[in-house]
Design a protein around this ligand. Structure first.
Ligand code: BGC
Length: 411
């Protein structure tokens, strides 16, 4: 572990959210449809979410007030292109105001163009698996980059594309809810790879912004005698390799991780390894998080090193890392240990440029609903009032100092 506890000048400290999980009322998106069908696996609908759509100004001011200098948020395709080929100037202006609010507060905006959701009209044509998907995504990226690009610090085409094929076409836990549709899953993955290539090129051509993809890279560890197998996690890990190959040509690679998954001779042996089981009980222990994952903040080091090995010379942005917990001291300890991993990677010479905690707000955790609490800030579900937790001030103080103080904490 490195001796130096200082982060390099210009390091980005912040928090992430996505559009769908926080804005509320995204009625034109495939997820809204998914939450409301009779057979939905979702525990509850997203409803007004955090009403971030209307409260973004206060939220950005709050994030800056903590001392953070970077904010990653999403733009919602279903709002920007509410019907095929119809682009909404008003919605683009809305997102431009959000970018302006970031700049007013000295906060670097990192924008995600696609975070799991597509417009309902595109869903009706087959969504990500439609042969038209890559070209439609390219056009959307072009139009959004034209309207917003001069205000964006870094652009992410896709958030965690590696899981979208399996969750939507094999496991049936995301729209369109197919199960065992191998052909559909393969088409979705092929289209996402092509769409990343086209979308990133369109964003660069329009706005010259550093562009990349963000990947979920859980730390997968095989113990002696373990046989690599065919679990969803391992499948996604192989799909990640294809995205990492593409990312060699990008200006950054976004790394996101929450835990590790261990495999022994008898197969998976980490709690929560069947992450696709959305009916599982959400109970937290000292060793696990509310998501049922192992408490293992050290996973971030493994994830950064994996991205670096696959894409040498490509800067790494940690675009998500976090814990769902009811215990905010555990959250602070988790972040502390994860940030020490970042420092260790920096000391090894890896060009890591950001640490963004997931999430700024307690928000809609997809099919799990609002029970898991990832936020630096709690949100009152009746009034939408924001209640910052001590971890927010703690992370802000690290950002202000540009350094971690004290030994790693234990829970
Ligand atoms: C996703 C988020 C999600 C978070 C916590 C990430 O995989 O990008 O949308 O809320 O993990 O589970």
């Amino acid at each position: 572990m490195s001796d130096t506890l200082r982060f390099p000048d210009g390091f980005l400290f912040g928090a992430s959210i996505s559009a769908y999980q926080t804005e509320g009322g995204n009625t034109n998106s495939d997820w809204w449809w998914w939450e409301h069908i009779e057979s939905t696996p979702c525990r509850e609908p997203s409803g007004d979410a955090c009403d971030f759509y209307h409260r973004y100004r206060d939220d950005i001011a709050m994030l800056a007030g903590f001392g953070l200098n970077c904010f990653r948020f999403g733009i919602e395709w279903a709002r920007i292109e509410p019907a095929e080929g119809e682009f909404s100037r008003a919605q683009l202006a809305h997102y431009r105001r959000m970018l302006d609010a970031c700049h007013e507060h000295g906060v670097a905006p990192i924008v995600t163009f696609h975070h799991f959701t597509v417009p309902k009209w595109l869903h009706d044509q087959g969504g990500i698996a439609s042969e038209r998907f890559p070209a439609l995504f390219e056009r959307y990226c072009d139009r959004a980059a034209q309207a917003l690009g001069d205000r964006i610090a870094y652009a992410c085409t896709f958030n965690e594309p590696q899981g979208l094929g399996s969750s939507g076409w094999l496991l049936g836990i995301n729209p369109p809810g197919h199960t065992d549709d191998r052909e559909g899953a393969q088409r979705a993955v092929d289209n996402l790879l092509e769409a990343h290539r086209l979308g990133a090129a369109a964003i660069r051509a329009r706005a010259g912004i550093p562009t990349g993809v963000t990947l979920a890279l859980p730390d997968i560890q095989y113990e002696d005698g373990a046989q690599p197998g065919t679990s969803s996690l391992e499948l996604e890990s192989r799909i990640n390799d294809w995205f990492l190959e593409l990312a060699r040509r990008d200006e950054f690679i976004g790394v996101q991780t929450y835990t590790r998954f261990r495999y022994g001779p008898e197969g998976p042996r980490s709690p929560g390894n069947d992450w696709s089981d959305i009916t599982r009980e959400l109970t937290e222990t000292d060793q696990t998080t509310q998501m049922g994952y192992e408490y293992y903040p050290q996973a971030l080091g493994g994830a950064i090193r994996r991205a670096h090995r696959a894409c040498p010379g490509v800067p790494v942005l940690v675009t998500e890392n976090g814990i769902a917990t009811a215990n905010d001291e555990k959250r602070t300890a988790y972040i502390h240990t994860a940030m020490r991993e970042v420092l260790a990677c920096l000391a090894e010479g890896i060009d890591v440029r950001s640490y963004l905690y997931w999430s700024l707000l307690d928000n809609y955790e997809w099919a799990f609903g609002y029970a898991p609490t990832f936020g630096l800030v709690a949100v009152d579900r009746q009034t939408f009032a924001r209640h910052p937790r001590p971890s927010a001030a703690w992370l802000g103080a690290v950002a202000r100092a540009g350094a971690l103080s004290g030994a790693a904490q234990s829970v």
